[in-house]
Structure formats: structure tokens, C-alpha cells
Ligand binder design. Structure first.
Ligand SMILES: [Zn+2]
Length: 433
């Protein structure tokens, strides 16, 4: 049905309801019952109109989540943001809001650690991953009130930055109270870690307890922290929890990761010594990290590999052979810059036709929780990447990676993806819905 037809039907409905009230008044006078009926009818009509109240946005361009539209398209949605249609201006009727910039669906932040928000600015930049991980493990303990305040502030920051959904790593229940307010959509990745085989059962039971609490309320799955921090014994315990879920892991964030798996040398051996972890049991696979563990994700519906800073062409070819689709590569470029001033292999991933999505990582390793800031850094360092590509990574691809594409990520009828306006030159963004 075109919008003009829709408007006509609405006007018809208004006329019909008004007519019925007038007829009843004439027949029965203003008796108590009729007054009540009139009141109820009028209230229903107002509610109906409020429900049908449409918002119409026209901008210089509309990015749908999949492609950039030019010409005179108008995005039409209900007051609460449910997409009704994208139509040409000539079919949109009256009350169109004309805006300057690009309209896009709300952003999806595929990788965050909301629970580390109180660590903003605490760890110096460019320490390298090994010392960064050591600082997080040893310095994360703060008074609970400060932790909860920082979590609330960080969520507000994401909302202001146009983010509508988050893939969030959880090692405790600190973020639960904030998430229960349902200001954002969350896919909760309950992290498990422990390099020593002897602590696998204890670590598994702790993570499983958190998983059961989160999964009662939200989308949730169990997540191994990183290949260098999860023993084979712990992998075995958590693998059954990947089935039909989104499985995620910090992947190849430093060159030392492949060195550990292929040769059992490098900076991770130093990290185990720093953390007083007995590493003598370990036998290297002789392969890269990714090629060592990837098959363990076989039963997952979606696989979300985070960072991939040192992923090579052979690894990507290996993945494509093992599993053609439903693997997403999450870039957290500002965190890579913060921790060790490295850049992810953006052009390699594009050339190999990989699905790319975006994440901010935590405030312990980033100055902001802003997908727009991630886009700006990518485009600054990789000028051949188009704006359209990055917007697709930040919207539709991200929603699919988190199994939220039924409601978020694109301007398709019936979805409620949020609406943001990107100012020209990507200087800023405004959240419209
Ligand atoms: Zn992370």
C-alpha cells in the first residue's frame, strides 16, 4: 500500500469514528452512558493515531544497511522506529523532515568489555599485548560502586554514539544490572580462561554459573578468551555450549600467538613466567594458532574472530576450506593502535572476500566506545576502503554476526534498527531514534 493510500485510509477512519459519535449523540443525547462511550471511542482514536503516527526522514543519502541510496528516497517509520518503507519523495505525502547528511541504521558494536569501563586511561598506550593483559588481570579490581558508575556512563556513551547492539564479553555479573534496563541489545559472551589443565574444571564451573544467569535474560554463549589462555581440557568442557550459538575468541592479536603454537617460543612464554604459570606441560601443534583451534567451533551457528591483527592469507584460505560461511572478522583498529600501534590486515580481508564487522574493545584499550571513531581510523589508514563498505560492516554485517539481523542492521520493513544521521565529512553523528 502506498503512503498516500495509507494516509487516505487513516483520514477515512477518523471521519467514520467522528460520524459514529455524532450519530449516537443525536439519538441518545448526552446521557452518562453515551458520554462514557464517547470518551472511550475518542481515547481509542487518539491512541490509534499515536500508534500510526509516522516519521518521515529525507537526507542527502540513505544507507540502508546494504547499499547507499541516492535520488530522493524518504525513510518512513513509526514513532518507535519500526521501518514501514523507503519510498520516493513524490509518494511520501506531507510532514517530511529534511536533513543534511547520511541516514543509516544504528551501529552494531560486535566486541566490547563493558565490565572494564572503570579502567579508562589506566593502562598506558603501546605497552604491547603481553604487558597489557598482565595489567588488566592485576589492576581490574576497584570498589564496586566505581565499577557500576563507569558501566552506566559507558553505556550512555554508546547510546549517544548511535550504537544499538553490543557483543559484550563477561567475566562476572557486574554489567547485569545495567543490561536489565534494556537500553541496548546485548549478546553476552561468558568468557572462560585458564591455561593450566588442572584448573579447567573450576574455571568451567564458574563460567557456567554466569552463563546460566545471563542466558535466562539475554542472548548468551560461552567464549574462550584466547588461544593462549585456554587449555585443551577447558576447551573440551566449553565446546558443547557453542552449538547453534555465536562463538567468539580474541584471535591472533599479536605475532607471538602464532609463534607459541608453531614453536613454543616468544613473548607468551615470558607472560606465563610473569604470571607464575607452569608452562612445562605444553606441546606446540606446529601450526598457526587459528589452524590449531578453529575446528573446535564447528557446531557454532556464527563464528566471530576478534582482532585478527596477524591473520595471514593461508589462515583465511584454511577457514574458507573448513567452513565457507558464517565467519566474521571483527576489527578493533583503535584498540590495536592503543595496545601495540599495529594495524589489522584490512585489505587482505577485503581481497579474500571475508565478512568484516567492527568492535570498540574496552575502555581499558580505547579512548572511546564509538563505532564512528573506528570507521574514521580505518578510512585514514586504508584510503581505498569506501564509506559504504564500512557502514555495511557497522550495521548489517554486525547484526548478522550477532544473530540480530531479524530486527537490527538494516532499513527493512518490520525491523527496528534505530536511525542515525551522519554529518557530512563524518564529523559527528546524531541519533534520531
Ligand atoms: Zn577484547
Amino acid at each position: 500500500m502506498s503512503l498516500q493510500k495509507f494516509d487516505r485510509r487513516l483520514n477515512g477512519l477518523q471521519r467514520l469514528t467522528g460520524f459514529r459519535i455524532r450519530v449516537i449523540n443525536r439519538i441518545a443525547g448526552e446521557s452518562g452512558k453515551v458520554k462514557l462511550f464517547k470518551f472511550v471511542s475518542t481515547t481509542c482514536l487518539i491512541l490509534l493515531l499515536a500508534i500510526m503516527n509516522l516519521l518521515k526522514f529525507q537526507a542527502d543519502q540513505i544507507f540502508t544497511g546494504k547499499e547507499m541510496l541516492t535520488g530522493n528516497p524518504v525513510l518512513v517509520c513509526s514513532a518507535d522506529g519500526i521501518v514501514k518503507d523507503i519510498v520516493d519523495k513524490t509518494e511520501a505525502g506531507d510532514d517530511i523532515q529534511k536533513l543534511t547528511g547520511i541516514l543509516a541504521p544504528g551501529f552494531i558494536n560486535c566486541h566490547c568489555h563493558l565490565e572494564l569501563s572503570h579502567m579508562k586511561g589506566l593502562i598506558p598506550e603501546r605497552t604491547g599485548l603481553i604487558d597489557f593483559v598482565f595489567c588488566v588481570v592485576t589492576q581490574r579490581h576497584f570498589p564496586q560502586e566505581e565499577i557500576l558508575d563507569a558501566i552506566a556512563q559507558a553505556e550512555n556513551e554508546m547510546i549517544a554514539n548511535g550504537i544499538v547492539a553490543v557483543g559484550d564479553i563477561c567475566n562476572n555479573l557486574d554489567t547485569l544490572i545495567q543490561k536489565e534496563q534494556k537500553n541496548l541489545w546485548y549478546y553476552n559472551f561468558i568468557e572462560a580462561s585458564g591455561w593450566l589443565p588442572g584448573i579447567a574444571q573450576q574455571r568451567f564451573l564458574r563460567s557456567k554459573q554466569y552463563y546460566e544467569i545471563y542466558s535466562e535474560i539475554f542472548s548468551a554463549s560461552m567464549a574462550p578468551h584466547a588461544p593462549y589462555s585456554v587449555s585443551d581440557e577447558l576447551w573440551q568442557l566449553i565446546t558443547p555450549f557453542f552449538k547453534d550459538k555465536v562463538a567468539t575468541i580474541h584471535n591472533q592479536e599479536t605475532a607471538f600467538e602464532d609463534e607459541l603454537f608453531s614453536q613454543n617460543t616468544g613473548d607468551f612464554v615470558r607472560m606465563y613466567e610473569m604470571m607464575k604459570i607452569d608452562h612445562s606441560f605444553y606441546k606446540p601443534s606446529g601450526k598457526t594458532s587459528l589452524q590449531t583451534y578453529f575446528h573446535k567451533f564447528q557446531s557454532a551457528a556464527q563464528i566471530l574472530l576478534v582482532h585478527n591483527t596477524f591473520t595471514k592469507e593461508d589462515d583465511i584460505k584454511f577457514i574458507k576450506k573448513a567452513r565457507g560461511n558464517n565467519v566474521s572478522f571483527c576489527l578493533c583498529i583503535n584498540a590495536n593502535q592503543y595496545i601495540e600501534q599495529s594495524l589489522p590486515p584490512v585489505n587482505l580481508l577485503r581481497e579474500q572476500g571475508c565478512t568484516i564487522v567492527l568492535g570498540t574493545d574496552s575502555l581499558a584499550s580505547n579512548r572511546s566506545l564509538s563505532i564512528l571513531d573506528e570507521i574514521k581510523t580505518i578510512r585514514k589508514n586504508f584510503p581505498s576502503v569506501t564509506l559504504e563498505e564500512t557502514l555495511k560492516w557497522a550495521t548489517f554485517s554486525g547484526a548478522k554476526a550477532l544473530q540480530m539481523d531479524d530486527k537490527l542492521g538494516s532499513f527493512e520493513k518490520g525491523k527496528q534498527p534505530g536511525v542515525i544521521l551522519l554529518e557530512s565529512g563524518l564529523k559527528d553523528l546524531k541519533r534520531l531514534i
